[in-house]
Design a protein around this ligand. Structure first.
Ligand SMILES: Nc1ncnc2c1ncn2[C@@H]1O[C@H](COP(=O)(O)OP(=O)(O)OP(=O)(O)O)[C@@H](O)[C@H]1O
Length: 234
């Protein structure tokens, strides 16, 4: 059986603005990511990494080329189809976007809301997930009472609790010190490998490149060759 890529991008171009202000942000992107792969995307500021991630996440619609998620075309898709596509993914962002008025447990339960399971089951699954990220003793804490690394671990638990096939992460370690950043990516790595989930992680943090199965490099809106300084040492 041949394995199909979970993310397949062909000849993708993207533009911002209209008329004279129209500016091309992505140029002829071609990339295939296989099930269970952990791919890190890095590159200079303004090179187009976040733009590509938001297109993949269905947070905006691609304009030209092909972008298939789990075999389904989302380039040029209608809003309704983009919303459907978003449901396949888990998201982890730099600012972790936790709800300040909800506890860690309630935040993680939000990741299960669309699955229509009983309250008791949601509680159990969310609590187990928090235990897996090392926060069993913090489930009833509010985000304001957690450290940056702990908040990011809640965000990971929320992203992975519904066992998504794809997790998209944008600078998940940017606000963290060295040790917390390392802990957070190790947890992401181990859980993803356990669940067979694919991760695409955008980062400037060269200290975490070693968790990737593959590193892709973006420069001036194009995928480019990885600079030698960033290549994994053999
Ligand atoms: N909403 C927008 N409107 C207009 N131009 C945009 C918009 N978002 C991004 N751009 C432009 O597209 C290009 C790519 O930006 P993008 O945020 O994708 O880069 P990045 O590689 O993620 O940068 P960073 O590492 O700093 O987050 C930049 O030139 C940016 O100015």
């Amino acid at each position: 059986m041949t394995m199909q890529p979970v993310i397949a991008i062909q000849h993708l171009n993207h533009y911002f603005g209209v008329g004279k202000l129209r500016k091309q942000a992505l140029f002829d992107i071609n990339l295939a990511i296989m099930p269970g792969e952990i791919v890190i995307m890095t590159g200079p500021s303004g090179s187009g990494k976040t733009t590509l991630l938001t297109l993949l996440g269905g947070l905006r619609s691609g304009q030209a080329g092909s972008l298939k998620i789990l075999g389904r075309e989302i380039c040029g898709a209608r809003q309704h189809d983009l919303v459907q596509a978003r449901r396949n993914n888990g998201y982890i962002f730099q600012a972790h976007n936790l709800h300040g008025s909800l506890t860690a447990l309630q935040n993680v339960q939000m990741g299960l809301e669309v699955h229509g399971m009983s309250k008791a089951k949601r509680h159990l699954i969310a609590a187990e997930m928090l235990e897996q990220v090392g926060l069993a003793d913090r489930i009833n804490y509010y985000p304001a009472d957690l450290s940056g690394g702990q908040k990011q671990r809640v965000a990971i638990a929320r992203a992975l609790v519904s066992r998504p096939k794809i997790v998209l992460a944008d600078e998940p370690t940017a606000a963290l010190d060295k040790k917390s950043g390392r802990d957070v990516v190790n947890i992401m790595h181990d859980l993803a490998k356990q669940q067979g989930c694919t991760i695409l992680l955008v980062t400037h943090d060269n200290r975490i490149l070693d968790i990737a199965d593959r590193i892709v490099y973006m420069e001036d809106g194009r995928l480019a060759q990885l600079p030698e300084a960033l290549a994994p040492s053999s």
